[in-house]
Design a protein around this ligand. Structure first.
Ligand SMILES: NC(=O)C1=CN([C@@H]2O[C@H](COP(=O)(O)OP(=O)(O)OC[C@H]3O[C@@H](n4cnc5c(N)ncnc54)[C@H](O)[C@@H]3O)[C@@H](O)[C@H]2O)C=CC1
Ligand SMILES: O=C(O)C(=O)COP(=O)(O)O
Length: 469
């Protein structure tokens, strides 16, 4: 990250300090431009318990991609931030252009925030994934650049579980094929190869938030449940954990995948694994497209080994609605489209009104709390650090956020800088190579802020410094 950044910090009068404020080479007066009206916006607070807003929130630029729910947009607008919301994702070149300017970005599962893209994000302080998965973000590159990442760990879990339940019955009854035939005017009343799900075994791979919900729902339909997970977990109901993926594949009539996209889950279900599955069994993938080797699935379905499948996620997904899903994007797309009893959905596992509005609130709240107060509670790539909010009866306080390399001796040097003031409270924690320090210091005047800021920026361990309030 270059030092020349344009990140809002706070002036004593609450006015904007978005003036190359993080470039130590610029004059401190460019950073803290308001000699008069110290804490004037505080004085205007009528209640001593009312929460303060740091800096001029109108300077915070937010870019929301992929049709983020209006609940989230509203929360961010109510903060006073400038919010631009787009319906779809952006291709890399356009994303690089747009991201240069913004302090906050909100995405869902499609937008790839790679190290290359993040290199251009000079002003970015925080990323909100308005979904569960965070595989689309280079979390380490973000942390090393002092950019916190938040997600919504379970707001759409139930929606995914309900979709999968519907697919289990739909596959067992060849529902999609019958419906498509009748849409074409063909009456095809058959019972061969159609089954009840009662008494069948569901095999859940990845027994986390979604796997758990599914386990309960499946048992309520009279199914037996087995599951495989890399960690030892408490079973819901009478579900049984099995020791290996092979044991799960051999024992299940329906296999459903709910693992994250990580190197270990890449092509987790391929030719060898289809070999272990029961003849006439079914596969459901609503996790990530890279978890299933699609040519191997096509082969297993053509051979009759797999009687049906439901696929919600793909290795390459179009950027937005209306974009075409064909072999220009994926070489095997035409093969999939030609198969019977194969339900193809456009990554809608979490797409319900309930899930999207809950996610909008949860992630937007976390973003605002991070921007305004520096709290990393719930962050997926930073240590979780928080101090209680400053209130109007704590005048002349400043909150320092210092993100730094996790190397010996930093705290001593930081405290030498802060030590000239009264450090009311301080919290620090580290995660991997990055550490996060939050400190509230009192009796700070205008000149002190500039010098505090510059002294912290000058320390070699600095990743990012923010001064709030
Ligand atoms: N289709 C859609 O719209 C949606 C898809 N998802 C995907 O579903 C995934 C799972 O979501 P949650 O249940 O909320 O995640 P979770 O983190 O609660 O559970 C994942 C489980 O997978 C297990 N696991 C990890 N690696 C494994 C491996 N190699 N073998 C077996 N188990 C392994 C973990 O121990 C954990 O118990 C997400 O990571 C996301 O990619 C999530 C929401 C919506
Ligand atoms: O929550 C997730 O991980 C999902 O896959 C849902 O993604 P979406 O918000 O629909 O792009």
């Amino acid at each position: 990250m270059s030092a020349a950044q344009n990140i809002p910090t706070r002036n004593r009068d609450g006015a904007s300090a978005v003036t190359n404020s993080f470039d130590p080479s610029t004059s401190p007066t460019a950073t803290f431009t308001s000699p008069s009206n110290s804490f004037s916006h505080r004085a205007s607070q009528s209640s001593s318990t009312k929460q303060l807003k740091p800096f001029n929130t109108q300077d915070v630029k937010v870019l929301l991609l992929e049709n983020i729910n209006v609940t989230g947009q509203d929360i961010l607008r109510q903060q006073g931030y400038q919010v631009e919301a787009l319906k779809s994702s952006l291709p890399e070149d356009q994303l690089i252009e747009k991201i240069k300017d913004v302090h906050v970005i909100g995405i869902r599962s499609k937008t790839k925030l790679t190290a290359k893209v993040l290199e251009h994000a000079k002003n970015l302080i925080v990323i909100g994934c308005f979904c569960i998965g965070t595989n689309q973000v280079d979390l380490t590159a973000a942390a090393n650049a002092g950019i916190a990442v938040f997600n919504s760990p379970f707001s759409n879990s139930r929606s995914v579980a309900e979709l999968v339940i519907s697919e289990i019955i739909a596959l067992a009854r060849q529902l999609a094929d019958r419906s498509m035939e009748l849409h074409k005017g063909i009456w095809n009343k058959v019972s061969a190869g159609c089954w009840e799900v009662r008494g069948k075994t569901l095999g859940i791979v990845g027994y986390g938030h979604i796997g758990n919900q599914l386990s309960v729902l499946a048992e309520a339909m009279g199914m037996s449940v087995i599951y495989y997970d890399v960690v030892n977990l408490m079973s819901m109901g009478t579900a049984k954990q099995v020791p290996t993926l092979k044991a799960l594949l051999e024992g299940a009539d329906f296999v459903t995948l709910h693992v994250p996209e990580i190197p270990e889950t890449q092509n987790m279900i391929s030719t060898e694994q289809f070999g272990y599955m029961r003849k006439g069994s079914y596969l459901i993938n609503a996790s990530r497209g890279t978890v299933v080797d699609i040519p191997a699935l096509v082969e297993a379905m053509r051979s009759g080994k797999i009687a049906g499948a439901a696929i919600d996620v793909y290795p390459n997904e179009p950027a937005g609605n209306g974009d075409y899903f064909n072999k220009e994007l994926n070489t095997w797309a035409e093969d999939l489209r030609s198969l019977k009893n194969l339900i193809l959905t456009p990554h809608i596992g979490g797409s319900t009104e309930e899930a999207q509005s809950a996610i909008g609130v949860e992630v937007a709240d976390a973003l605002a709390k991070y921007v305004n107060e520096g709290s990393t509670v719930g962050a997926v790539n930073m240590p979780e650090v928080n101090l209680r909010s400053l209130t109007a009866d704590e005048p002349n306080h400043v909150r320092i956020i210092y993100i730094h390399k996790n190397v010996p001796g930093v705290l001593r040097r930081v405290n030498e800088v802060l030590g000239e003031h009264n450090v009311d409270k301080q919290m620090t924690d580290s995660r991997g190579d990055v550490a996060y320090l939050m400190a509230d210091i009192s009796n700070v005047n205008q000149r002190d802020i500039a010098s505090l800021y510059n002294s912290l920026e000058d320390l070699g361990s600095r990743v990012r410094t923010r001064v709030l309030y």
